[in-house]
Design a protein around this ligand. Structure first.
Ligand code: GLN
Length: 465
């Protein structure tokens, strides 16, 4: 990452990023807000550099922040009307860590409202466009962050991944996207979607940058009791030949032929580089999508119940009683997809249906966890597609929730198991759209996973040359 120094000023880095952000905003809409005050922070970094002070590992590096991270800069809207004009009294731990190393936020990025979606079309502000074809979706929910990195506006952007929201837009835009092990990075100050699968992660242009960001941001946080004790920096990276698992069921006719070809090409390249391919039978994974779309809405319904027009952001002014105020605020403030999830969530948790839906989904989740444990007794990492198809057309799926949910069939299983997943770009299809694949590792294998992605990056570059 290009950091500020005596030779390259933070102001010049930030000016360049802001110029690009403004230039691309109209056509692609990656941002919900562009932070023109970033220049002031850059000046401060330059002054500190001039004084010979230590300005950190990300000195003056401009970055984009998904608009569901709380910070004192700008409003945190989560791209939802109901959080419009919400200014936060707290700063997310991840943001505090990045900024204590000198990173400078130049804009907040667009997402599906409350991160519910796979295309960024559920944003109150309208969709972000794909970086290679403006008629196609950016992917989601972190579409704005993926596009901000793909368009070279910034070298990195933050994201959250509850069921694929980092990996899928990364693969739709040809950048790296890491969803770390559940609990690796604090969720404190991040707008909650589903607390048992939400993860903070990043978009970058290289695997090595992911390593730096993990070094900066991972670690136990007293403000988030689900964070794991620090393990990242000290966890082992094995060199030499690896066993790479390929899930048999993920090679079927429902998957785009060019993605299947990309998988085959990668498998050949891996074998040529001395790695061993292991075929995996993982029948329980077929229940992952159904389990996810029960467990996640249940948690969503609970997490979104706090938005009632009293404490945060928007309040409907057309009410004659308190009950009506709650009702109107929630009705006017949430997007249709938010409401759908609240309804499903409350339904699956209701006393008559809890056993039939929520409990069953929780049991399926355990089976999925066990199946991954078995798989990782036979291989080091799993290689799989991220999604069944490359970026689709804007408007193609947005009115058909089930087809949108099917987008997530290969990204959600590992969220249910808390595993790290890393999307890597592997080239383009015939229409020039980006293709990506994901590497999945056991819990806490993030450092090894990033190391292996670096190796794969080199293998892929050599293959192309
Ligand atoms: N597309 C998935 C969903 O809509 C994942 C979203 C996410 O990871 N935030 O639930």
């Amino acid at each position: 990452m290009k950091t500020a120094s005596k030779e390259i000023s933070a102001v010049s880095l930030v000016e360049e990023a802001l110029e690009k952000a403004h230039r691309y905003q109209k056509e692609y809409q990656p941002f919900t807000w562009i932070n023109d005050h970033a220049i002031e922070q850059a000046r401060e970094i330059d002054n500190r550099i001039a004084k010979g002070e230590n300005v950190g590992r990300l000195a003056g590096v401009p970055y984009a922040l998904k608009d569901n991270f709380l910070s004192s800069q700008g409003e945190t809207t989560a791209s939802a009307h109901i959080l419009e004009s919400f200014t936060s009294p707290v700063t997310a731990t991840a943001v505090a860590k990045l900024e204590s190393e000198g990173a400078i936020m130049i804009g907040r990025t667009n997402l599906d409202a409350f991160a519910h979606g796979s295309s960024t079309e559920n944003s109150y502000y309208g969709p972000t466009k794909n970086s290679k074809d403006t008629e196609c979706v950016a992917g989601g929910s972190s579409g704005g962050s993926a596009v901000a990195v793909a368009l070279d506006i910034v070298e990195f952007a933050t994201g959250t991944d509850t069921g694929g929201s980092i990996r899928q837009p990364a693969s739709f835009n040809g950048v790296f996207g890491l969803k770390p092990t559940y609990g690796a990075i604090s969720r404190y100050g991040v707008v909650a979607m589903a607390s048992s699968t939400d993860c903070v992660g990043f978009f970058t242009k290289t695997a090595a940058d992911l390593n730096l960001l993990m070094e900066v941001c991972s670690g136990q946080d007293a403000k988030d009791l689900t964070t794991l004790p620090d393990y990242y920096a000290t966890s082992p990276v094995k060199s030499g030949s690896k066993k790479i698992g390929i899930i048999k069921d993920f090679d079927n006719d429902a998957i785009d032929s060019e993605i299947r070809t990309a998988m085959k090409t990668e498998i050949i390249a891996l074998e040529k580089a001395g790695h061993e391919i292991v075929l995996l039978d993982m029948p329980a994974l077929k229940y992952a999508l159904a389990a996810y779309y029960i467990i996640v809405p249940a948690e969503v319904a609970s997490n979104l119940s706090r938005h009632d027009g009293i404490r945060y952001g928007f309040r409907s002014n057309s009410s004659s009683s308190l009950g009506e105020l709650y009702q109107n605020t929630r009705n006017e403030g949430f997007m249709p997809e938010n409401k759908r999830r609240i309804m499903i969530g409350n339904f699956v948790l209701s006393s008559g249906f809890y056993d039939a839906y929520y409990l069953k989904a929780a049991k399926a989740r355990t089976l999925i966890i066990e199946e991954y444990q078995k798989a990782f007794s036979m291989c080091d990492f799993i290689l799989a597609p991220v999604s069944p198809n490359p970026a689709f057309k804007l408007g193609e799926k947005v009115n058909d929730p089930v087809s949108m949910y099917l987008e997530d069939v290969m990204s959600v299983p590992l969220n249910l198991a808390g595993l790290p997943g890393l999307a890597i770009p592997v080239g383009k299809n015939a229409q020039g759209l980006d293709l990506g694949l994901q590497l999945v590792g056991p819990r806490r294998s993030d450092r090894a996973l990033i190391g292996f992605a670096e190796e794969l990056e080199t293998i892929n570059q050599q293959e192309k040359a």
